[in-house]
Design a protein around this ligand. Structure first.
Ligand SMILES: CC(C)(COP(=O)(O)OP(=O)(O)OC[C@H]1O[C@@H](n2cnc3c(N)ncnc32)[C@H](O)[C@@H]1OP(=O)(O)O)[C@@H](O)C(=O)NCCC(=O)NCCS
Length: 175
């Protein structure tokens, strides 16, 4: 079966990604989550995996941001909105899409490491793919101001060596 992997501008491709997002994270389910009230950043780029039979089956958002780590500015790549159509899981689509996202970040020489936030039930999924827990503190912006972001677990991926400890300020909305 042929598959197509595209990396598109985040805003321009939102209309393609939105139906899959809504199916995986319907509003009534999101509202019940501890992170349901969080305002998220929009992706800069999106990895979209499509098949001729099924259309869009998998999505990964890519974010580029200058954050601070222990008060020092550092440019990172973010990953968010990782989702595969429920009836097409376990075929390697998310693994492929995350690989494509990391590959895209590596192409940007300024990016020192990748950073994502996940729910406890997905920790093993990322650990199996060489992501490491960041055990320090994370802060971000929300409409009400700067908050500690402890709604999901931060995970980092070495591009150059990623920090495992310390204080990260996302200097903007989380992803
Ligand atoms: C997590 C998710 C993106 C994986 O997508 P996928 O396309 O099925 O992933 P892949 O096919 O690349 O990888 C599947 C493998 O990961 C494993 N896996 C999937 N979810 C897992 C989890 N939560 N914990 C541990 N392993 C997991 C599967 O057992 C499978 O293992 P195998 O290859 O040994 O059979 C998908 O389950 C999903 O969309 N979940 C709902 C949204 C979500 O939670 N997204 C993550 C946001 S951080």
């Amino acid at each position: 079966m042929s598959i197509e992997i595209d990396i598109l501008n985040g805003d321009a491709s939102w209309s393609i990604a939105e139906p899959l997002h809504s199916a995986v994270w319907p509003r009534h389910r999101v509202e019940k989550q501890p992170w349901g009230h969080i305002l998220w950043a929009d992706a800069d780029l999106r990895v979209l995996i499509e098949t001729p039979e099924d259309g869009l089956v998998c999505h990964v958002g890519i974010y580029f941001r200058t954050i601070s780590w222990n008060g020092r500015k550092v440019h990172v790549g973010g990953i968010g909105g990782v989702c595969t159509r429920e009836d097409r899981r376990g075929r390697g689509y998310a693994t492929m899409a995350i690989d494509a996202a990391v590959h895209t970040m590596r192409a940007n020489e300024a990016v020192r490491f990748a950073l994502l936030f996940c729910e406890p039930h997905n920790v093993e999924f990322y650990e199996a793919r060489n992501w490491h827990a960041f055990t320090g503190d994370v802060y971000c912006e929300q409409p009400e101001g700067r908050i500690r972001f402890d709604h999901m677990a931060p995970f980092v991926f070495d591009i150059a060596r990623a920090p495992r400890l310390g204080t990260i300020d996302l200097c903007g909305l989380p992803w």
